[in-house]
Design a protein around this ligand. Structure first.
Ligand SMILES: [Zn+2]
Ligand SMILES: [Zn+2]
Length: 260
């Protein structure tokens, strides 16, 4: 059995935002159901150990919450701060425990990471995902997606060898081409980034889908289930807004189990 755990469900600033007193940020500070760390996912599998997707600046706190002392590998979607800002911290952890971290990245992301953190390669192996990665029963590949004003990002597709369960993690995307959307059709599970309920700004100034667009894509792609993550303080996870059955917001610590 593979267990997916949502460790970071927030947007690039997390929730609460340091400067903000809105209702969602205030709730995040008090009862805390909207408290969200920067986007990341933990994948646990008895056969292959712990795989982590994206190493944002909250990585250290997320490891504490997960009760983990080490990772077996990391997958990186793209080189934005909210997805790689924790790499220097992971580097230090690897150095102090005398391990070599394994980070699988889309090939074109590696030079960006190396130029940002030139010292990192001595403790973290940045492995280009030129070929799909086979991890136990899972066949994993990355594919490029538009990230609007912010350039590009990558999504990961996971296909199970024996039961052919297929799921996709696509936290940072907008305005995807038909070709980029192809793998999303009919997936058993899609985890998609949606930062606002309804973003009023022109498309060319935006970088992530909103909830209204995600609902449209849910109806188009018809996945078995869709979970929205990368949620900003605009979204109250206790509300349903216009979401039909089959879509939900990711909550911190929420798990999804996939049986072999
Ligand atoms: Zn992001
Ligand atoms: Zn991004």
């Amino acid at each position: 059995m593979t267990t997916i755990t949502f460790r970071g469900t927030g947007d690039s600033q997390g929730v609460p935002r340091s400067y903000c007193d809105c209702g969602v940020c205030s709730e995040a500070r008090s009862t805390g159901s909207n408290r969200r760390l920067r986007p990341s996912l933990q994948i646990s599998d008895p056969e292959t150990g712990t795989t982590w997707i994206d190493c944002g600046p909250d990585w250290g706190s997320q490891m504490e919450i997960a009760g983990l002392r080490a990772l077996d590998r990391m997958l990186i979607t793209h080189a934005h701060y909210d997805h790689i800002g924790g790499l220097p911290e992971w580097y230090d952890a690897c150095r102090w425990t005398d391990q070599i971290g394994q980070a699988y990245c889309p090939p074109e992301v590696i030079p960006e990471i190396s130029s940002r953190f030139p010292w990192i390669a001595s403790r973290i192996r940045l492995i280009p995902m030129e070929q799909p990665l086979v991890l136990g029963q899972w066949y994993i590949r990355c594919f490029r997606v538009h990230h609007g004003r912010n350039g590009y990002s990558y999504a990961f597709e996971f296909v199970h060898a024996s039961n052919s369960f297929r799921w996709i993690y696509c936290p940072d995307a907008i305005d995807m081409t038909e070709q980029q959307q192809e793998p999303l059709y009919g997936a058993d599970l899609v985890i998609l980034g949606a930062s606002f309920v309804k973003e009023p700004f022109p498309l060319e100034t935006r970088s992530i889908y909103d909830v209204e667009e995600a609902v449209g894509l849910f109806e188009l792609w018809k996945p078995g289930r869709m979970v929205l993550t990368h949620l900003s303080h605009d979204i109250d996870v206790n509300k349903r807004y216009m979401m039909p059955e089959g879509i939900q917001f990711a909550k911190a610590g929420m798990t999804i189990e996939i049986r072999d």
